[in-house]
Design a protein around this ligand. Structure first.
Ligand code: PMP
Length: 358
């Protein structure tokens, strides 16, 4: 029973439910698209000896970190916004760019947090039905009156749209004077270049990124957005009406160190991509339907038992994956890519489950 003291808003919201974060060891944890490897060793160095400085508030607007990001992207610090995970950055997009008179559009199968933010901020939304094979209907995405938001690569499908298609969407949105937000949480694992290259040409395009996946810093909570000055100022207005310092000084130092260790980033990213391709092939050989993956996870449907049963059978064998009871995807599992050793073990466990279910 809800407390009678809650506001109508608090009573009515349906919060996003993240994947479980169990504290016990011995699990193969493939349910939240974390990186199976530790972050760059430079992160630890950057954090050492910083406790004394915690008495001070962090730098205003994380200037140092914004400069580092801007340099890497060929943009100016005024074109970079930093937040407490890309979830926070994405949440700020709703009050900053979308109005209650115009529904925001996103794909029907996508990151379910968009729906939650829309409801929280009172923005109506339209879920754009998927085309066959879980393809995004790009025409329909930009056919409404309002803004549009989508991840590229999409989650949980792992499918990626070509940069040229993103540009078409940005152009279509610009023609009617509305924003396109491209959530690039998984861009490092795909083949397409980032939409950040379009930012200098499209004043209505905002690209968000995270350090949680390819940089192995999910626990640090740092994400950022790239866009022209006007959009970044919109995000700053929302942030400064909410929390002056959402990114703490340890996070600023650690994120800066990770972003500057490009060799380490590539090494780990390539490892994850190799293991992903190996694992996907293993699933295909075992009769699963598996979408081509441009992310650090695969989206797969077993052919020997219902998705729900496989999810439970894996859980009993200490393998944690993600599954949604949502129409059209209930037979699918989203499986994050762990280490090569973990994924070999998962394939062996799948063989065991299959043998016992026939
Ligand atoms: N976008 C997508 C598509 C995601 O899957 C996630 C991870 N759950 C995020 C954004 C948020 O990542 P973070 O808040 O850790 O930056």
């Amino acid at each position: 029973m809800d407390s009678p003291y809650l506001s109508r808003l608090a009573r009515g919201i349906e919060p996003y439910v993240p994947g479980e974060q169990p504290t016990s060891d011995g699990l193969i944890k493939l349910n939240t698209n974390e990186n199976p490897y530790p972050p760059s060793p430079r992160v630890e160095e950057a954090l050492r000896g910083r406790a004394a400085r915690l008495r001070l508030y962090p730098e205003i607007d994380a200037r140092t970190l914004r400069e580092i990001i801007a340099r890497r992207e060929g943009l100016s610090p005024e074109q970079v916004f930093v937040g407490n995970g890309s979830d926070e950055v994405l949440s700020f997009c709703f009050p900053a760019f979308f109005d209650p008179e115009e529904p925001v559009r996103f794909p029907a199968v996508t990151y379910s947090f968009y729906r939650v933010y829309a409801k929280l901020f009172g923005i109506p939304y339209e879920e754009v039905p998927m085309l066959p094979g879980f393809a995004v209907d790009v025409q329909a995405m930009t056919a409404g009156r309002g803004g549009a938001i989508l991840p590229n690569p999409n989650a949980p499908t792992s499918l990626e749209l070509p940069l040229a298609v993103i540009e078409d969407m940005a152009r279509a949105q610009r023609e009617k004077g509305r924003v396109l937000v491209v959530d690039e949480a998984y861009v490092a694992f795909g083949q397409e270049p980032s939409a950040a290259t379009l930012v200098p040409r499209y004043d209505n395009l905002l690209v968000t990124r995270t350090l949680s996946k390819a940089h192995a810093l999910a626990g640090l909570r740092v994400g950022y957005a790239l866009g022209q000055r006007g959009l970044i100022e919109g995000l700053l207005r929302v942030k400064d009406s909410f929390n002056s310092y959402p990114v703490d000084s340890l996070a600023i130092a650690a994120a800066a160190a990770a972003l500057q260790d490009e060799d380490y980033f590539r090494l780990r990213r390539d490892q994850v991509v190799r293991t992903r391709d190996f694992f996907r092939q293993g699933l295909l050989e075992r009769g699963f339907a598996v979408l081509p993956s441009s992310a650090n996870f695969v989206f797969a449907r077993p052919n020997f038992c219902p998705g729900r049963e496989l999810f439970a059978a894996l859980r009993r064998r200490n393998v944690l994956v993600r599954r949604w009871d949502a129409p059209g995807i209930e037979e699918y599992l989203r499986i994050s890519i762990g280490t090569q050793e973990e994924m070999e073990k998962v394939l062996a466990i799948l063989d065991e489950i299959r043998a016992s279910s026939v």
